[in-house]
Design a protein around this ligand. Sequence first.
Ligand SMILES: [Zn+2]
Length: 338
Amino acid sequence: MKYDFTAIEKKWQEKWLEEKPFTAVTGDKTREKFYGLIEFPYPSGQGLHVGHARPFTAMDIICRKKRMQGYNVLFPIGFDAFGLPTENYAIKNHIHPAIVTKQNIANFTKQLHMLGYSFDWDRVVDTTDPSYYKWTQWIFLQLFKKGLAYKASMPVNWCTSCKCVLANEEVVEGVCERCGSEVIRKEKSQWMLAITKYADRLIDDLDDVDYIERVKIQQRNWIGRSTGAEVTFKATTGEDIVVYTTRPDTLFGATYMVLSPEHALVKQWLDAGKLANADEDDRPSMFARIKAQYLKAREDRKAKKGHRAAAKATQETGAPADSAPSDSSFEQENPQQR
Ligand SMILES: [Zn+2]
């Protein structure tokens, strides 16, 4: 017998939407609880990819099994929906990011339904919803009150043309991915969370949690605890330079030290004219070189893409690949979705 998935899956997915068999029951004291949680996806314009489907399917199987075993299962879905790609798309296309986000969530929702996951659709979390982020703001205030949220000056990537901070991924070969302009390192006041205050507990308490060993190792390496000392060196200009080292016993061998270009002392010495070789700063010429390389690479990529598209067009006929189906009908079917 042929499995007619379009007919069969559509039929059951509609029935699930109607009868809500996957809804967790609040206050049910008769059954044991089970909480299945997946990492909420970022609703990008590209839609779901296999990297979503793989873990979602695994947890969906577990949740369905637990329900069959009589558990009261909470398996929520949500959208980690604030993000740079949406912002950039909104800037580029002059659409308000809230609209883009709404459209992307509607598309993701439709796709998740098509995959037949047993999420509790009455418990959808959207991080851009004020009723959600009022709580992250509340948490931030608690951290602030306890001195765990603070402002600090940090070097950031600054596009001289877009006049905004760029993530590391947006800096391609030293220039802005968006416009190809020079990216400089700039000191900017940023909000920081003092998670390092909990570094020891984060490491020590890994012994108490039921994670696979590989994940525990990753955590330990990420936190990267090391034991050492801060040593103060005296510069010939009179200032103290504090250096952290895990091997103070090797200090006798120190012959020189390197300060990063962003170091406050470098700027101080530059301004005071104390750096003998200050004129050797060749950053302007370096950026000109990098920009030329970037523009050439971009042209090459464009040429390649054009070539591929032309080759494809000769092989295929029919609708263009980017003609995505409309989401509007789906939104009406699901009034509980925003
Ligand atoms: Zn730029």
